[in-house]
Ligand binder design. Sequence first.
Ligand code: NAP
Length: 322
Amino acid sequence: VDERPPVFGRLALIGVGLIGSSIARAARERGVVGSIAASARTEATRKRILELDLADEVFATNAEAVKDADLVILCVPVGACGAVAKEIGAELKPGAVVSDVGSVKNTILQDMAPHLPKGVHFIPAHPVAGTEHSGPDAGFAELFDNRWCILTPPPDADPAAVARLTEFWSMLGANVETMDAEHHDMVLAITSHVPHLIAYNIVGTAAHLGEVTQSEVTKFSAGGFRDFTRIAASDPTMWRDVFLHNKEAVLEMLGRFSEDLSVLTRAIRFGDGNTLFDLFTRTRAIRRSIIEIGQETAEPDFGRRPRTKESPAELPRPYSSD
Ligand code: NAP
């Protein structure tokens, strides 16, 4: 049990899906905030927030939710952040910290900052933790444990506010790192955004094949395909917004990816086994280093249990993505 006092009095969560509900659960369990106000655009989500006891008060408008809040976190798709900032700007308490959890940082800064009044501290953030599931039921308190949360404070940010937000995320279990928004977007383009695009693409290609049937693709998926389908099952709205908003960095990394793919294509065409073997040896070492720093399990096949006819279903377990 963390003995530290709450870092913020009142937390307002705008949007309570996978990430928002995980913040609510962890913040409550670990005493990180005094109270939680939440807003959600749909009645179904508002009802579910109360049923799951994720907040003390739930509001239909974002403007009501942020009144008197010491920390406001937007947990909505990246493309919705500008409009939310416009709604809440005039209602924010002076001195409040305003943050978000969006997977892209540069456009969030541009979309939100113009709507926020002087005297509030705007510090964008991105917890690099998630799953392919969505909605308030998908969250869990341990989601951020030993994962990274990247803060991208603007150059003139108040160091004391940055320190409080750092403390908040570390109490939620995360390791916190600070970098500028453009660098964040470049790093995440290669570690998260392009891998998601590749997964969406390969699953799409398999769906369009003529000679190999859909049922064969599904039946023999344990050969590798199914590991892409997990990522390709991620939320369509969230990922549409990521690609629309991190356009430049994704295009840059996709260019490099295509060049490297051409090298492999040539190696296969001309029977150049050394090129293939050398790359596959280097990539194996990269996976080993991810396991060594505790960001992945060393168990074969991601620790999946062997399937039996009696228990064919996979047990749900936290995966890390994004
Ligand atoms: P989610 O489970 O789909 O939840 C999204 C929430 O945003 C829901 O409460 C939804 O409201 C609300 N919402 C959707 N569209 C909206 C709009 N146009 N205006 C206002 N509210 C809207 O999504 P999530 O996975 O928590 O993702 C939220 C944010 O976290 C995104 O910016 C994403 O980039 C970032 N993120 C995601 C992951 C991940 O792996 N999933 C990881 C790190 C960061 P209703 O329920 O009422 O429809």
